[in-house]
Ligand binder design. Structure first.
Ligand SMILES: Nc1nc2c(c(=O)[nH]1)N[C@H]1C(S)=C(S)[C@@H](COP(=O)(O)OP(=O)(O)OC[C@H]3O[C@@H](n4cnc5c(=O)[nH]c(N)nc54)[C@H](O)[C@@H]3O)O[C@H]1N2
Ligand SMILES: Nc1nc2c(c(=O)[nH]1)N[C@H]1C(S)=C(S)[C@@H](COP(=O)(O)OP(=O)(O)OC[C@H]3O[C@@H](n4cnc5c(=O)[nH]c(N)nc54)[C@H](O)[C@@H]3O)O[C@H]1N2
Ligand code: SF4
Ligand SMILES: [Mo]
Length: 718
């Protein structure tokens, strides 16, 4: 049963272990050195930023303290299996045997597609690639998707449609200070990618005008010259108005439109027919500000547009992004220095994680599972018959619905905490409780792992060697600094072990992450995200390489679209966007908009950051950002507990008064579970183009907690 794996071994007694690594959190992937000193009575740690081309030697507070969760006593150190209702320690042998026999049993009874796999953007490229291969080759199920569906899908699908390719930034970060005008739409870089802020302040020092679009005056908005405080969900409409001004003021780049794009006439005709007053009314932004922003962007010689989840996490997120791309194209601001579009990718490997096959419709290198040529190529690399490859599955939340309905009976979660991070979390929790067999691979007993039948302990960033692709499309090698504690294994190792138990070891012979990467290089070769020319050796020497990199002597591609776009005809595609208002509009019962997002000190569902004492202490509980005038109307004091309720559920949070938010909008961070989980309230409506949930617009009602509890009690006694 035990297989031979080459793992790095380190002497435990060795004092002052120096670990060169990368932060496990966001998409910047800041490089750092962690020194572990075991000579005293207690281990001591020192963290120093390593200068490099992406973060330039900066770290934010999360990176500085990331070692704390990795060395936490709460780390899972051995596999566990539910026995008599309780998770109980078992050997790897017993755990792996149980997983493979239960999966086989379920598949024999209900068919291959009864098993679902759910991955994440924290996984290395090697593990993400292998998870996709494991689903298709070892389990032959079509059901695989990952948490990046909630993160990047709107921008990714928009990039593919408009440009023919999806890479977070179409340029290297070093281009940012060359931009004369920068639009930051629904992106809170100051809290979410803090070490990037100096690129923007440098642009500002060079005279750039910064335009922020956000319902809140966030920390990022504080560097803006113009703030368009849009109503949640109204970005597409706002951009239509800006485009109208750009067209009316003749600020379009006609030569660029003629030579490099198609479809502009329809967009022009559409925006020309629109009424600015009406748009100002339903976006909540004055005509004066719309005009000012549009003219600044239109007249600038160089400029960039950045979008993130504020624009994208809506039922029309895809179209909203496409409208921003329309504006980039209409003004010819792409493919040259100081220009371009940036989808500010979220997770550490949010970029690489979406390129190599974790997505329902995808094979490595952005190949498509429904395309016969792509199937034949990848099947060839994997040594299987293309007819044995399953078809495409469904998106992450839809997979949860299938678990809820009983179509998917066994679920394997690797690198996500779906019962906290999915919309309409109550349904998802119910689904996972109903699942016949739930396996979770994690470093901690997350809210999701607590429900599992089997929990498999995985290595943390300090222990797991592999490549990560940052938001620019720059592939970086993260070395392992220490051996994994206890009986912990790497994600990719677990997949190989399981394949062995399932009798599929011939397809998973890997003993090191580099061997997996070498297969990934070939599997991605000739695809859109072509990694063929990137090797571990090169990554060690060159400090990161931008894909596409099709040959060993290719330098990589920092800036895209200099000559042509990635569509066959080389042209970018305009898309007319008829804006739509959020499905849930404030009503008498639910009179306010609720949006949500992030705080500087915590990361996603907080499983890791709440286990870092320094980070946990910075924000100990969830908060409700609310305008004081709104709060007064609803009888709420500052710092009081409140209930926030939608038609789906309720979250309990403490109020924090701020005049930085629109009066009709509330904001709650996403970092807490259970009663403080904002996703009990959020909307599970999905974007028809990319299946992104409508996280950022729900209609809600707020009450002081005591009032809410009395009401609930009344309901129960009636
Ligand atoms: N500290 C921290 N950093 C992180 C993360 C984290 O959890 N914590 N997560 C990482 C990940 S995975 C991601 S995806 C990124 C996310 O990074 P961001 O997308 O920047 O983060 P959010 O806070 O979700 O949303 C950004 C902004 O959108 C605004 N917003 C809300 N609704 C709307 C709207 O309808 N229109 C517009 N224009 N704006 C709106 C919010 O007020 C917020 O300021 O961050 C990454 N970095
Ligand atoms: N309301 C609302 N909901 C949201 C969002 C929002 O803005 N608003 N944002 C969405 C976005 S953008 C995202 S990305 C998702 C993210 O949401 P999740 O997918 O739930 O992400 P995490 O909370 O990071 O959960 C990751 C889990 O994997 C574990 N983990 C970390 N690294 C590894 C690893 O290398 N291997 C393994 N096996 N496990 C690991 C962690 O301990 C943790 O338990 O949430 C989405 N949900
Ligand atoms: S969270 Fe992001 S910005 Fe902060 S140190 Fe980590 S990678 Fe860098
Ligand atoms: Mo994300």
């Amino acid at each position: 049963m035990e297989r031979q794996i080459d793992t790095m071994t380190f002497s435990v007694e060795q004092a002052n272990k120096i670990m060169a690594t990368q932060c496990p959190f966001c998409s910047v992937q800041c490089k750092m050195e962690v020194v572990e000193d075991l000579s005293g009575s207690r281990p001591a740690y020192q963290v120093t930023a390593i200068p490099n081309k992406a973060s330039e030697g900066r770290l934010c507070v999360k990176g500085m303290n990331a070692y704390q969760h990795a060395v936490s006593r709460e780390r899972l150190l051995h596999p566990m299996m539910r026995k008599d209702g309780a998770l109980t320690r078992v050997s790897w042998e017993e755990a792996l045997e149980a997983v493979s026999s239960r999966f086989t049993e379920l598949q024999t009874k209900h068919g291959a597609d009864t098993i679902g796999l759910y991955g994440g953007g924290s996984l290395t490229n090697e593990s993400a690639y292998l998870l996709g291969k494991f689903a298709r080759v070892a389990l032959k199920t079509k059901y695989i998707d990952y948490n990046g569906r909630f993160c990047m899908s709107a921008a990714a699908s928009a990039g593919v449609k408009t440009f023919g390719i999806d890479r977070g930034l179409t340029f290297a970060m070093s281009d940012i200070p060359m931009a004369e005008c920068i639009i930051l739409a629904g992106t809170n870089i100051a809290e979410c990618q803090p070490t990037l802020m100096p690129y923007f302040t440098r642009a500002k020092d060079n005279g750039a005008v910064i335009i922020a679009i956000d319902p809140r005056a966030s920390a990022t908005v504080s560097i803006a010259d113009i703030h368009l405080q849009v109503k949640p969900g109204m970005d597409a409409a706002l951009v239509n108005a800006m485009l109208k001004v750009i067209v009316d003021e003749k600020l379009t780049d006609e030569e660029f439109i003629r030579n490099r794009t198609k479809g502009f006439d329809a967009v022009k005709e559409h925006v020309s027919s629109l009424n600015l007053e009406e748009i100002a009314d339903y976006t909540g932004v004055s005509i004066e500000l719309i005009r000012k922003a549009a003219i600044q962007f239109g007249k600038a010689r160089t400029g960039m547009v950045f979008t993130a989840r504020g624009v994208e996490q809506h039922a029309d997120g895809h179209m909203a992004v496409r409208n921003f791309l329309n504006m980039v194209l209409a003004t010819g601001k792409i493919g040259r220095a100081g220009c371009g579009y940036g989808a500010v990718t979220g997770q550490g490997n949010g970029q690489g994680g979406r390129e190599h096959g974790q997505k329902a419709d995808q094979l490595p290198g952005y190949r498509l599972i429904e395309n016969p040529d792509d199937r034949a190529y990848v099947a060839g690399v994997w040594g299987i018959d293309p007819n044995d490859l399953p078809g495409k599955g469904v998106s992450a939340y839809e997979m949860m619905e299938l678990v809820h309905g009983g179509t998917i009976k066994g679920l394997f979660v690797m690198g996500s905490n779906p019962i906290v991070s999915n919309p309409n979390a109550t349904l998802v929790e119910e689904a996972l409780e109903r699942a016949e067999f739930l396996v979770v691979a994690d470093m901690f007993l997350s809210e999701t792992a607590k429900l599992a039948d089997i929990v498999l302990p995985v290595s943390a960033y300090l222990e797991n060697e592999g490549t990560m692709t940052n938001l620019e499309g720059r592939v970086l090698l993260r070395p392992a600094g220490r051996s994994a504690p206890g009986e912990v294994r790497h994600d990719w190792q677990i997949l190989c072990d399981l394949a062995y138990s399932l009798g599929k070891e011939q397809y998973f012979p890997f003993r090191q992450s580099e061997e997996i990467f070498n297969e990934l290089r070939v599997a991605s070769r000739g695809g859109i995200a072509d990694y063929y020319g990137i090797t571990y050796d090169r990554l060690r020497k060159e400090e990161g390489i931008y894909w596409p990199c099709p040959a060993l002597d290719h330098p990589g591609t920092p800036r895209l679209f200099g000559e042509r776009f990635a569509h066959q005809d080389g042209l970018a595609v305009f898309q007319q966007v008829d804006h739509q208002s959020p499905a849930e509009q404030p009503s008498e019962e639910y009179p306010l908009y609720l949006t949500n997002g992030r705080l500087l000190s915590h990361y996603l569902t907080g499983v890791q950051t709440r286990r870092s004492p320094v980070l946990a202490a910075r924000e100990i509980e969830n908060v409700l950002e609310i305008h004081p005038l709104t709060a007064r109307k609803h009888r709420l004091e500052d710092g009081a507990l409140a209930s926030v309720r939608s038609s789906r559920g309720t979250v309990i949070v403490r109020t924090k008064f701020t005049s930085a938010i629109r009066e009709d909008t509330l904001f709650i961070p996403m970092h807490w579970g259970d009663a403080q989980n904002v996703n009990r309230v959020t909307n599970d409506l999905l974007d028809p183009n990319c299946r992104m949930p409508d996280f950022k617009t729900s209609a809600v009602r707020i009450q002081p907690l005591a009032e809410y509890l009395l009401e609930q009690k009344g309901r129960m006694t009636n």
